[in-house]
Write a protein that binds this ligand. Structure first.
Ligand code: ZN
Length: 158
């Protein structure tokens, strides 16, 4: 089955209406369908739209970046950090080299222990999108092989 590349403009707000992110004034975001490039709650609506369609889409946390997982909020002994590490609240680090391993954020500094949170910063948040579909085209062989879209016009990047 052929897969499509879909492009859209979006403005993302939280429950209070504060803008978190927007593509307006920039390039639209493009994604390859069924490749987990965008959050599932958004993709399942976008795939049904036609170019020019506008929608308001509410995505519950579970369908966006997931609920907050308390097991990902952990305390780590200071001795487990490199000696002389000048830890600050808000510092982020990955436990291993894998690009897909969770990013931990330092949330609290104790005398002997450091609290870190490995949840996605958007975990637990319901998201509100204003979207406008800008392009729909068939994916190229190369995009399907790479598992992601290569820009609205099919050029640019590796
Ligand atoms: Zn690629």
């Amino acid at each position: 089955m052929s897969r499509r590349v879909i492009g859209f403009h979006y403005t993302l707000t939280d429950k209070a209406g504060t803008v978190i992110d927007s593509s307006v004034g920039d390039e639209p975001l493009v994604f390859l369908e069924n490749s987990h490039q965008i959050i599932p709650g958004l993709e399942k609506v976008l795939v049904l739209l036609n170019v020019g369609d506008k929608r308001k889409i509410e995505v519950k946390a579970a369908d966006a970046y997931g609920e907050i997982n308390p097991e990902m909020i952990i305390k780590v002994k200071r001795t487990q950090f490199p000696p002389g590490a000048n830890l600050q609240v808000g510092d982020q680090f990955q436990v291993n080299e894998d690009a897909h391993s969770p990013v931990f954020t330092v949330t609290e500094l104790g005398a002997d222990e450091v609290s870190v949170d490995g949840n996605h910063p958007m975990a637990g948040k319901d998201l509100f999108f204003d979207v406008e579909l800008t392009t729909v085209r068939n994916a190229t062989e190369e995009e399907i092989a790479h598992g992601h879209a290569h820009g609205a016009h099919g050029h640019g990047h590796h």
